[in-house]
Ligand binder design. Sequence first.
Ligand code: GLC
Length: 821
Amino acid sequence: MEELNDKSKDINDIISFEAAEEQIQHLNNPVAALKPIVKKYLNTVQKSAQDGNKFYFSDGDARVEVRVVSDEIIRVRLAPHGVFLDDFSYAVPTVDQKVTTFKMEEHPEYYAISTNTITCNVRKSDFNVSFVDNHTQMVMSEDASPMHWEENVEFGGYYVFATKKCQAEENFFGLGDKSGNMNLRGRHFQNWNTDAYSFGWDQDPLYRTIPFYVGVHNQAAYGIFFDNTFRSYFDFGKEDNAKTSFWADGGELQYYYIHGPHMIDVVKRYQSLTGTHPMPPKWALGYHQCRWSYYPEKKVKEIADGFRSRNIPCDAIYLDIDYMDGYRCFTWNKNYFPDPKRMIKELANDGFKTVVMIDPGIKVDDNYWVFKEGKENNYFCRRSDDYFMEGHVWPGRCQFPDFTNPTVREWWGNLYKELVDIGVAGVWNDMNEPAVFGSGTFPNDVRHNYDGYRGSHRKAHNVYGMQMVRSTYDGLKKLMRNKRPFTITRAGYSGMQRYGCVWTGDNVATWEHLKIGNIQCQRMSVSGVPFCGTDIGGFSGEPDGELFTRWIQLGTFSPFMRAHSAGDTAEREPWSFGEPYTSINRTYIELRYRLMPYLYSVFWEHHRYGFPIVRPLVMLEQENVGNGFRQDEFTFGDKILVCPVLEQGATSRMVYLPKGKWFNLWTHEILDGESEHNVAAPIERMPLFVRAGSVIPEYPVMQYVGEIHVEEVMLNVYYSDYEVNSFLFEDHGDTFAYEQDIYSEKKFSVRGTQYLLTIEQSITGLYTPNYELYNYNVIGVPFNVNKITVDDKDVTDYHIDERNCLRFKSNKNFTTIKIYN
Ligand code: GLC
């Protein structure tokens, strides 16, 4: 293998990587920073071989594997001296998917591995790897220099590097948990799960690691998923405007090329690799009230009563660390909560689910059963020289379970038994970066089982939190039998969405944080983590009534809607700021409950088909270059466009609407898409728009999910002169019966002319909802209505209401409705 300096490389590349390299060496080992950098690059391809869907290329020493995963996904791996690492990933449970056909052709200058959709070319002269869209022949992604590596003398293994060309107009999105602008172009990032209390704009790294990005250029999108759990780095044209690089402190240079060309398909395909979120219990989509901490029992009851007496809906109330005895997980402070089972039962009778906090730090205390069990069974992490990993967290001196050990995960999962038995409905895993006071996290030499593949903390750090919430989710699933668990995690890695939802951590009560939170939820969604929310109101600091209300408005359309605040702040419930805020907050929380059948259906589209829940404008219209820079507006599902108000004192704001026609949800005014509009946004109005042609199902307002037996579902039908399909998913709401196909999917098609509006319904599935009727609210009919038929039978009872909407009812099983001029 030739040395870097022997090769005629682009000098800019060397400079950029030397800078990066020095930074890495300095971070990890100041002594190593003194030694010369010996970077090795792949050289001329000398050999090729095929083994099923895997193709191997070698330069005489290093080997590269190109694996056809599906028609649209190809995986690339590098083995510097020919020996690949074990093929194990926490992110991707099963690599191979369905592939129709694939082949390899040898050309004089390159090898071409193609599926029906894409071709991966491996150039012989310098091992350059590129990906081409078969349909357009466009090069979607191409190496700027061959894959390369540097030996890590200190730890063994290699620092591994990939550098891709970056197109002039290329924009980048995704990468999970970053706090700045949505477009990643021109910036540099690091992934190392970090407890980032009161993080700021552009602070990096934060709590989660999702090494997956989407590139958009020439109106087409592709994705790169760098499945590497070590500390990793991404540079999107910052050091060199023409290059995008990613590299890691160890592990394998292994990445997936994921084809689009539509951004939404890239994300769907990424989810096909890493999984989707399981269906949550329906109540989890309600409003949640949290605080560090509500105690004693009297306070919890007072908060619960506060909701019910004010008619503000709420489904879940949280117990933060103070419910425990001395912060010992799985124990209760009996002074504060003398009879938790009774309290939880009483809360449940009033429609509240109780969610409790569980942290990873286990107090070193021989009189504490969890510590004793962990110690006796050798479940706690150890340092390289066999000392226990000890660090201070809330309970004082702690040891930490090794969640990368399947036996430990199973033990931990069973620890929830008592909590489940007394009626706890959900669990909140925090501090699992893992966070340690003082040092921040574990030292690198801590050893982990890594599901039998072994590793130091360098390799396991970024998956620690994900494996913790996995053990929580799996444990609860077993203990709750057929009921759906509800779990939340702060830290995670790609694939974490299979085990729980996330909140964005310790934010601050400022207008800037409202903006950050809005972008964070959109970015998490692009990054395959759909069920995400912020601490509404800001964790630290004091919002005023206006900021809190604007945050409740945004939160109404965050997949996870929870208010939370630190203990040293003033009371922070939806009524804490007096009028007019209390009433406005109530209206928005009620809206969330009215829209429950829509939100739930959107969740199903995510779970079953991999669609993101929250969709930024660029995902809706990637061909519009301007959308690469718009980051306020998003849609929830594909029917409701949300434009949060993010400026103090605003009474109006500009809104960009994508192609098509949109109804203002409040006024029913019809606006043209592909243009900007100045829209009224006084404090009681967050601009909301509904796509023309949509059918938005609606429930009556209830104080918690399931409070009211729904007798008829309202269908809000928005007129359109082009055909639009909408979906309604229904099932039991809290069991896994949907895995046995016990659910119903309804498709509504709306199509209008100047004289006729047609609504069609088709129903599939094995579930029959209890209600009998649809109650229609037809909006925007452009003609006088003279006749309505439901499956050819005349409807006699219809009227136009005070808002000029057409109102009538039908049986829920109709096939065709016609509304005539
Ligand atoms: C961490 C969490 C926060 C929680 C606090 C106490 O700061 O991020 O949500 O309230 O710990 O448990």
